[in-house]
Design a protein around this ligand. Structure first.
Ligand code: DAU
Length: 321
């Protein structure tokens, strides 16, 4: 997501300068930014948001806005190994907030998730809904969001929090549901569905999310929280069947596997507050999924390289093969 946003901003605002601070963990990939690496307004710094010296080095370049896309994000990995989630998501956010205070940064936007609210059977979460996170990942993000809130209340820092639904689009690491299913099928493998596949997710196309953050940068108010959602809810099984059909496979490719512990049944968020600022999604789920499938079909080298080494070790731990 961070790389998509950088490309979006540099294309639309060629005079803006961007410093990209990235630890380049397993899911980080400089190839995603190859097209801008020679742009004179783009600077890359390898570093950790949880290390003060790395953050201060990045901010020392004269930064006036920070958008925190940096996080450990994969729920299943947080169940296997929560350590990095607490360090990057909580300590990293704390370190950034301290830097915002020290360097008087004019705007800080926290990219967070609808998962902090937990699961909802009917209706939608709004910005005031209580936090009820159910995984080490979502608990870490909730902790970070609470620090953001506290730094606004206590120090009056210009902090804005966003809660987004699930992303889909190009360049997504193939551990997430959609790229995992597409790439498994392109390799001729089965597709793992947790439990009975009745869980529901709300989906947003990457570019629509970029536009939402752009709108919040322009019109968002310090101390406010904005949900970013589309209303496009799909059961996992529906998503799987759509992909199977688009790629010409039958449902025999579906393999129902052991459910995720603490699996949230349904996420749904009310994004009316953001829509009042003048944003709305432009790409439907079907269109977004077709574009995403096409991208993975056309970029086999990109994802085949990722599905090796550490990925295969993780896959074995997670799926038992
Ligand atoms: O809601 C926003 C969140 O969406 C983000 O905050 C997270 O960083 C992001 O990882 C995503 O979390 P999910 O757990 O919803 O995404 P994931 O792609 O892991 O799973 C989507 C759904 O598909 C979920 O119900 C679990 C299910 N699933 C996932 C995988 C990887 C399967 O059935 N089989 C699978 O192999």
């Amino acid at each position: 997501m961070g790389s998509a946003f950088i490309k979006y901003i540099l294309a639309k605002y060629p005079d803006w300068q961007i410093v990209n601070l990235d630890k380049l963990t397993y899911a980080g990939n400089l190839e995603n930014l190859a097209e801008v690496e020679n742009n004179k307004n783009y600077y890359f710094l390898k570093g950790d948001i949880a290390k003060r010296e790395d953050v201060e080095k990045a901010i020392g370049e004269g930064v006036d806005k920070i958008i925190n896309y940096a996080a450990e994000t994969h729920v299943d990995r947080s169940i296997l190994e929560p350590d990095a989630f607490v360090k990057t998501d909580i300590l990293g956010t704390y370190t950034l907030l301290e830097a915002v205070k020290k360097y008087n940064v004019a705007q800080y936007i926290q990219i967070s998730t609808d998962e902090v609210f937990g699961s909802i059977d009917s209706g939608k979460f709004n910005e005031e809904s209580p936090f009820q996170p159910n995984s080490p990942y979502s608990a870490s993000k909730a902790g970070a969001d609470l620090l953001c809130r506290a730094y606004f209340k206590t120090f009056n820092l210009p902090v804005i929090i966003t809660h987004s639904c699930n992303f889909l689009g190009s360049n997504q690491y193939p551990e997430k549901l959609i790229p995992l299913l597409i790439t498994n099928l392109l390799e001729g493998k089965n597709i793992p569905i947790y439990g009975d596949g009745s869980q529901t997710r709300e989906w947003i196309f990457t570019e629509d999310h970029c536009r939402a953050i752009e709108k919040i940068m322009e019109r968002g108010e310090p101390g406010e929280v904005y949900n970013i959602g589309t209303g496009e809810e799909k059961k996992n099984l529906e998503t799987a069947k759509f992909i199977l059909q688009e790629l010409g496979f039958g449902e025999d490719k579906i393999e129902f596997v052991k459910d995720r512990p603490g699996h949230d049944q349904r996420y749904a968020i009310d994004s009316g507050k953001l829509r009042k600022l003048g944003w709305q999604p432009e790409i439907s789920f079907d269109e977004a999924l077709r574009r995403t499938i096409k991208w993975y079909q056309e970029n086999k080298v990109w994802w085949q390289r990722l599905k090796s080494g550490e990925y295969l070790e993780y896959y074995k731990k997670q799926y038992g093969k």
